[in-house]
Design a protein around this ligand. Structure first.
Ligand code: ADP
Ligand code: MG
Length: 432
């Protein structure tokens, strides 16, 4: 095993204060929206119908979703931890606008490590003699905020002896990020175990009321830090996933909420009238949500899809082509976008993708400090994430909060990819 430090910027990056505040102000609305989608079978069915015909991974998730609904949910407490990501789109007149990149509803990471990054940047600024600037950096503790949500779900589950299970990867690359959240739970006298799908397959069982046990130890909350890409699953792991979903344990997220975070759902949300159907009687929330949307386009078969496909082939630099995948490194840009779209434009495979307007932020200079990389100044762009956490008991939302932020910065030559993909590094916003 190799221990390496998480990459970070030498200096904090400038972030417009009004856009930062806008991102915080809309987070509770996004929590509400994701929660509403997760309870709307008709919407999920209709929205994902074309996708699951061509995308096996989404189809398999959907099959488990339907199977669990048919049996009837044993789970009564619901916990959502998400992260809504944004970039600052630079308009022709030089003003920046907040544009959502995506919302991550499963395994949204770096809430732990980023709870420490402001301290690093405060120190660096002080060493540079910028004491005044150092005092402007905001406190930020998503680890604590996420743990509060998990603790609330654990408490409502109502069994003192039950533990929280972190469902983790086979090869654990981001363990310290997870430990920050775990330690906050131990501090509240809530026990945590770390297990893989494989362990669930071998040791997991349900009792008659579908309580989940791991080798005789009751589990109140399953917190997924795994399970969002096809490579995480073989036949056994799918069986383990089904067992977890059928159980009474609080899943963070349940499979419906994972489906609510697909790119296809994101694209459908931008259609006129969709938000109104999902959040009836909440026009202010809808306006705040919609103000963050970039242009999103369906590639479903038909005239609408034909037209946008032709536009993107003619002018690929205006768009990003996105498959139904998470974790960075999957999107297509520029010439590659054109080639792929040319190839699939007349085939049903096209419907496994969506198109999105490309966001163009103003670059700034910084140093990206990464193990085994040369130290050099780079032209960089940043992506702001806001963590959301909510807990629902039956139909009643008992907790709905923004739990902190994450700023990730990367060199402009990388079109795609996050920290885990080795492209972006941790940063701290310096509000301007
Ligand atoms: P993933 O689920 O793989 O994280 P994202 O939608 O977050 O997919 O895209 C991955 C990365 O690609 C983002 O972090 C961002 O850097 C870049 N990206 C995504 N969408 C856009 C866009 N519309 N404009 C510019 N860059 C984008
Ligand atoms: Mg992303």
């Amino acid at each position: 095993q190799v221990v390496s430090y998480a990459p970070f910027t030498l200096l904090p990056s400038a972030v417009p204060q009004d856009l930062f505040e806008q991102a915080y102000a809309v987070q509770q609305d996004f929590n509400l929206l994701v929660d509403a989608i997760s309870q709307n079978k008709e919407f999920l069915e209709k929205t994902l119908a074309s996708t699951i015909k061509v995308d096996d991974f989404t189809a398999q998730l959907f099959r488990i979703y339907m199977q669990v609904l048919e049996e009837g949910l044993a789970q009564t407490v619901f916990l959502g931890i998400n992260r809504s990501d944004y970039m600052f789109d630079c308009g022709l007149d030089g003003t920046a606008a907040l544009r959502q990149i995506e919302i991550n509803t499963i395994a949204a990471s770096f809430g732990g490590l980023t709870s420490r990054t402001a301290d690093i940047h405060r120190l660096v600024l002080k060493v540079l003699g910028k004491t005044e600037e150092a005092s402007h950096l905001l406190p930020n503790n998503p680890a604590k905020g996420l743990a509060l949500g998990i603790a609330k779900a654990w408490e409502l589950y109502g069994s003192q002896r039950a533990v929280v299970m972190f469902l983790v990867e086979e090869v654990q690359r981001n363990i310290f990020d997870q430990r920050c959240v775990e330690n906050e739970l131990w501090n509240r006298n809530i026990g945590v175990i770390r297990r893989r799908f494989r362990d669930v397959f071998e040791q997991g069982s349900l009792d008659a009321s579908r309580r989940l046990y791991m080798n005789g130890q009751e589990v109140a909350v399953v917190y997924y830090r795994e399970g969002y890409v096809p490579q995480n699953y073989d036949q056994q792991n799918w069986e383990a996933r089904l067992l977890l979903e059928r159980s009474r344990a609080v899943k963070c997220p349940d499979i419906a909420t994972q489906l609510a975070g697909t790119k296809k759902v994101q694209q459908e949300l931008s259609r006129p009238g969709t938000l109104e159907k999902l959040l009836p009687g909440r026009p202010e929330a809808i306006a705040r949500i919609r103000a963050t949307f970039a242009g999103l386009y369906s590639l479903d078969e038909g005239e609408e899809g034909d037209r946008i496909a032709a536009t993107a082939i003619a002018d690929p630099d205006r768009f990003v082509l996105k498959p139904q995948r998470e974790g960075g490194g999957n999107n297509l840009y520029g010439e590659e976008l054109r080639e792929v779209l040319e190839k699939i434009k007349d085939s049903p495979e096209r419907t496994s993708y969506i198109l999105m307007d490309k966001i163009k932020p103003q670059p700034a200079l910084n140093y990206l400090l990464r193990a085994h990389s040369p130290l050099q100044v780079s032209e960089c762009i940043s992506e702001l994430g806001i963590f959301g956490v909510y807990v629902r008991q039956g139909r009643e939302l008992v907790l709905n909060k923004a739990a902190g932020h994450l700023l990730r910065t990367k060199a402009i030559e990388h079109a795609d990819g996050g920290v885990a993909a080795g492209v972006a590094v941790l940063d701290t916003p310096f509000l301007v």
